[in-house]
Design a protein around this ligand. Structure first.
Ligand SMILES: Nc1nc2c(ncn2[C@@H]2O[C@H](COP(=O)(O)OP(=O)(O)O)[C@@H](O)[C@H]2O)c(=O)[nH]1
Ligand SMILES: [Mg+2]
Length: 450
């Protein structure tokens, strides 16, 4: 028999906390803890006393959801108790003593998925929704959760399945009584699906940024004003600023929101040829790593100082990283500050005059950074999940192979094989044939109690 699982579904520390229980024994356990034998009407909140042996643990609002009309599809009980960590901890302990087991991360959602309450794309949308910290990420997750993305994927799946069926039925038609399918028709059907795939995969680079945030590394020589730039962009003194070289030794990370988009800024230790000590060396190593992991690099220069050999070397490294890069000519308030610098291929990059001290050019940096993230398609359908993206790329390869085989007059058997391959990737994406261990990994990334 399926176990009955329990977990705290809300955060700690509020006035009210939610403890969730799901499984075949949920109602039994509710009755035993509330000492109530009578019926609990489904979907109706009841004010109950919860007992800890002979003592009262809490008075709480309790809701019973009868299978299959619940989040998980099983019998579910939700206890809205007072938000004391003692009460929630003890309630979970009592439930476990009475036969429930603590839920794993994402186990409620996994059960909902296994009971057909949602497909894998919707489940992952739910996970993203809870994690979404800004408006764009929220909207993106909502489109996954509300089934819009699944509907598009299912449409593509149905089209391919119908085409495959038409090809397969002719493979069985040994007497050739059926009219053969015209290659043009097959090509049209496959091209239509390929267009949908392309439209979706094109959104991934932006979707990923909206979901996870744009990672920006601030790099440059010591004293160019990197920490000042971080502080000016986030709007408070996050990093220490001094006129002493080598002040920033570790990377300093801060998140900010610009027009509903998440930006993760990393201030780094200045790069110079001779580090003072081991700590500064390690700091410089971390700077380079931050640069490798970034989506965008802000290369900060002191516009009133000539370029140093170290800055020219660093520019080489930046170029090799092949990242979107903005050249920030900081301290433009200082006399003699230049508005352009001469570096290899500099014409391919945008140079901006900025003063962290006088608050010049900062809004422009923000606008430029977030500009690509505002390119969401009008229907809002975007990919933001690497698993979805990779599955669609694989389906695309199979379909392109079908088209090539078609051109080379390959037989129906070979066409069918590639179509089956493409269908397999779409079904895997929706969770229809996803192996248990992969499901386990996906759901383990969910939060507790979900
Ligand atoms: N005049 C002027 N000074 C600045 C500006 N930005 C930073 N500084 C000064 O430059 C020095 C080094 O700044 P800091 O942010 O610590 O540089 P970092 O080593 O690159 O992190 C400090 O004395 C700052 O006050 C600016 O826009 N104008
Ligand atoms: Mg610094």
């Amino acid at each position: 028999m399926q176990s009955t699982i329990c977990a705290l579904a809300s955060g700690q520390g509020g006035a009210v906390a939610l403890v969730r229980l799901s499984g075949p024994r949920a109602l039994d356990l509710l009755k035993s803890l509330t000492h109530k034998d009578g019926a609990f009407a489904p979907r109706q909140q009841v004010f109950c006393t919860i007992y800890d042996g002979g003592n009262i643990l809490d008075k709480a609002l309790v809701t019973y959801f009868q299978a299959p009309h619940s989040f998980t599809g099983e019998d579910v009980v939700e206890f809205a108790v007072h938000g004391s960590s003692y009460i929630t901890g003890r309630l979970l302990e009592l439930l476990c003593q009475a036969g429930a087991t603590p839920a794993q991360r994402g186990e409620f959602s996994q059960r909902a998925f296994l009971n057909g309450k949602m497909d894998l794309v919707e489940a992952q949308g739910l996970c993203d929704l809870i994690a979404a910290g800004n408006k764009s990420a929220h909207q993106l997750a909502m489109h996954s959760l509300d089934g819009k993305l699944s509907a598009r994927l299912n449409e593509m799946k149905t089209k391919l399945a119908e085409l495959l069926a038409q090809i397969e039925v002719r493979l069985d038609d040994v007497d050739e009584e059926m009219q053969p399918l015209s290659p043009d028709f097959i090509r049209q059907e496959i091209s239509a699906v390929l267009t949908h795939i392309q439209t979706l995969t094109d959104t991934f680079s932006v979707g990923r940024l909206i979901k996870d945030g744009l990672k920006v590394a601030i790099v440059g020589a010591p004293n160019s004003g990197k920490s000042s730039l971080l502080n000016a962009l986030v709007g408070f003194d996050r990093a220490i600023v001094t006129d002493i070289c080598g002040t920033t030794r570790d990377t300093v990370e801060e998140t900010l929101e610009v027009n509903g988009q998440k930006i993760i800024l990393t201030d780094t230790a200045g790069i110079r040829a001779h580090a003072l000590d081991v700590a500064e060396q390690e700091g410089m190593r971390r700077s380079l790593r931050a640069m490798e992991q970034a989506d965008v690099i802000l290369f900060v220069l002191d516009a009133a100082r000539p370029l140093s050999a170290e800055e020219k070397q660093l520019w080489n490294d930046i170029e090799k990283a092949h990242k979107r890069t903005l050249v920030i000519l900081n301290k433009c308030d200082k006399p003699g500050a230049v508005s352009t610098v001469d570096l290899p291929h500099i014409a391919d990059y945008k140079q901006l005059s900025v003063s962290c001290k006088k608050n010049i050019g900062l809004d422009e940096i923000k606008t430029i950074l977030t500009a690509p993230m505002n390119n969401a398609p009008t229907d809002g359908l975007m990919l933001s999940n690497l698993r979805h993206y990779e599955a669609l790329l694989r389906a695309q390869t199979e379909l392109e192979s079908t088209l090539i085989r078609l051109k080379n007059h390959a037989g129906g058997e070979i066409q069918a094989e590639h179509l089956r391959g493409a269908l397999k990737y779409l079904k895997d994406l929706l969770g229809e044939i996803t192996p248990d261990d992969i499901l386990g990994i996906i759901f383990s990334k969910f939060c507790m109690g979900k």
